[in-house]
Design a protein. Structure first.
Length: 366
């Protein structure tokens, strides 16, 4: 007997999304069985556009709490599973096919399906920065969103790691909104959770309030209760801040500190390699870039991943280091590996021509 396909409610919160909402809904309308839209105060044509896709449009008075709005949206879904998207998210063709197949074949005992979240792309449309998010959840489990800002789904049970990706194609956003919410919480004397400390520090960092960002990143790490991926991310952000402030010693300290939380990540090896390269310490730079090429690429990691650091970038940088060390054959070898990932990269093509001249190799066009 054929398995009955699952049914899906798309539950979204929106506000002034007239530039992106149609693109989002067009990409998902053939996948879901119900579209629930919760509007938190649009003053543009968002609700008018949404009405072309669904009549299940509800108003929610904004109370500076994203989790509250999302929980309200989830409470309105009626299908087997609940799916969430942001208005500037889109499901691309290849992933739409995967999603439709998942809908037909998903074991109904699965409570949660997490998916890749693609946050940045190169000029060819290839993802360059991604992470994972819990995306599809069983309605009867009544999972709840937590956190007024940078909310997350608190889940448990049987979880499936899928290879489906949701692409984030941002057009605009209120850059001060989240920071203002945190500042209000601070003024009210509300206690910050470790997660609040981390995301408040991120907002301060994004607004170039580096001294305060450092203060709250340090408070976050001092709790000893942060999620491992947030701990590692904090080390990277602290390193970047100190590098911007010209304090290379403290930048290096936080890069090394990331190893306290997990095995080295390629992103941090590349950062260390970059710092040593800029200091003219080419052998040390080679060590870290080589390590980046030898690490096993994580498959189901929940942390942010910069694809370049796991593929072509360390090889390109090894080409530079080996050239500075006078080891031109090794430089050429690693440039060719980088070219296998990025055949049209102008820097790699320049290196190829330059090194072929140094080594007396006839130019190749493959």
């Amino acid at each position: 007997m054929a398995q009955k396909p699952i049914t899906i409610s798309l539950c979204m919160i929106v506000r002034n999304e007239e530039n992106t909402i149609a693109r989002c809904l067009d990409s998902v309308k053939d996948i879901v069985d119900e579209i629930v839209i919760v509007d938190t105060g649009s003053t543009d044509r968002t609700k008018e556009i949404v009405a072309e896709y669904t009549d299940k449009i509800y108003d929610f008075v904004w109370i500076d709490d994203f989790a509250a709005a999302r929980n309200f949206a989830f409470s309105l879904g009626t299908m087997d599973y609940l799916l969430w998207l942001d208005a500037d998210d889109v499901i691309l063709d290849e992933d739409r096919e995967k999603f439709l197949e998942l809908k037909k074949t998903l074991d109904p005992s699965v409570d949660v399906v997490n998916m890749h979240y693609l946050l940045a792309f190169d000029n060819s449309g290839n993802p360059t920065f991604s992470l994972r998010r819990n995306r599809l959840v069983k309605r009867t489990r009544e999972y709840r969103w937590k956190g007024a800002v940078h909310e997350y789904l608190e889940v448990g049970g049987k979880i499936l790691n899928s290879d489906i990706a949701i692409a984030h194609k941002s057009v605009h956003h209120d850059t001060d909104r989240n920071l203002k919410i945190y500042e209000k919480k601070l003024e009210r004397g509300e206690e910050f959770t470790p997660r609040d400390l981390y995301y408040f520090a991120n907002e301060l960092n994004d607004h170039k309030q580096y001294t305060r960002a450092i203060e709250y990143y340090e408070k976050f790490l001092a709790t000893g209760k942060g999620w491992v991926e947030d701990n590692i991310s904090t080390c990277g952000k602290m390193a970047d801040i100190y590098l911007n402030l010209g304090d290379i010693e403290k930048a290096q300290h936080y890069l090394y500190k990331s190893f306290e939380y997990d095995v080295p990540r390629a992103e941090f090896c590349c950062r260390l390699g970059f710092n040593f390269l800029n200091m003219g310490k080419y052998s040390q730079a080679v060590f870290w870039y080589r390590l980046a090429t030898e690490l096993e690429k994580p498959i189901n990691s929940w942390g942010p991943r910069i694809e370049a650091c796991w593929t072509w970038l360390p090889h390109l940088q090894l080409c530079v280091c080996y050239d500075r060390l006078g080891l031109h054959e090794l430089a050429y070898k690693h440039n060719e590996i980088a070219r296998s990932y990025q055949p049209d990269n102008p820097k790699i093509l320049y290196n190829k021509k330059y090194l072929e001249g140094v080594l007396g190799i006839a130019e190749t066009s493959d």
